[in-house]
Design a protein around this ligand. Sequence first.
Ligand code: GLU
Length: 321
Amino acid sequence: MSAAKSSTGTGTIATADAEPYRGRFAPSPTGPLHFGSLIAAVGSYLEARVHRGTWSLRIENVDRTREVPGAADLIIRALAALGFEWDGPIVYQSDRTAAYLTALDRLASAGLVYACSCSRTEIEARLQGVPSTGDDMRYPGTCRSGPRHPERALATRFRVPPGSVRFVDDLLGEVSQDVAAEVGDFVVRRRDGYVAYQLAVVLDDAALGITHVVRGADLLDNTPRQILLQRALGLPVPRYAHLPLAVDAAGAKLSKSAQSVPVDPSRASALLWEALDFLKQSPPDFLATAPLADVWTWAFGHWDLSRLRGQTRGVAPAGPT
Ligand code: GLU
């Protein structure tokens, strides 16, 4: 995976009215809203609003095994208390199974997926001594011509074409990844029957007509996989902007550190101020204690995504959020 670090982007940050703008925020209900996901909410919301676009809220609970009961409602209530206003009904991935299965059938009819019986341990054993450049455990293609153990519960993998996938991120510039070499054929349906995030997100973004995806840089290396699925299914490829990942002072990803505490919506103005500060918008100090509506008004008038160009991480505030 490579991003053009020295790039200052492409200068193509969309100008208002160029096309209808449809953005979204898509939290996974694995816990209450924390500062890292607040950043994605604020960034995607302001970007949509300054482009006079729509902003949808989608609860990404496709992986029911990771869903924490009550977390979706906590996230929704925190967003409402912070003054976010989403367009249309909230979408739940758990309601979208039929659409996912139809797409899987299409991929199967086109010969673009195959059944795989490999366990994690078997993949690890096969990869022993094989250097990997990717973060994920690269799949070596063992079941490409048929599952080794057809009697087992089978996963479904996407047959990744060779070559690099390139896209231009509105903040990070040109990004390219050789998915075949770094990730290999990836899972689109797990062996427990759940559709994988990569496929669900692509189908959901297309169903909502999303034109711009603004989300955390922790998802950057998923984007080339998602683009491959969009191409395979003949779906439009949205523009992408990946926001800096919130880390603690020691550089650890927020979700893995003590700072991954739920945000406290009773501090709404201060919280929004902290998010704007993290997002390099330089909010004036007095806003931290101003009425929430004033903070939003200031944000709508001053939001400039390009201030984040080239940044992949940022340090989250140390105090309570
Ligand atoms: N559900 C993912 C998360 O909470 C975000 C997916 C996306 O924005 O594409 O990290």
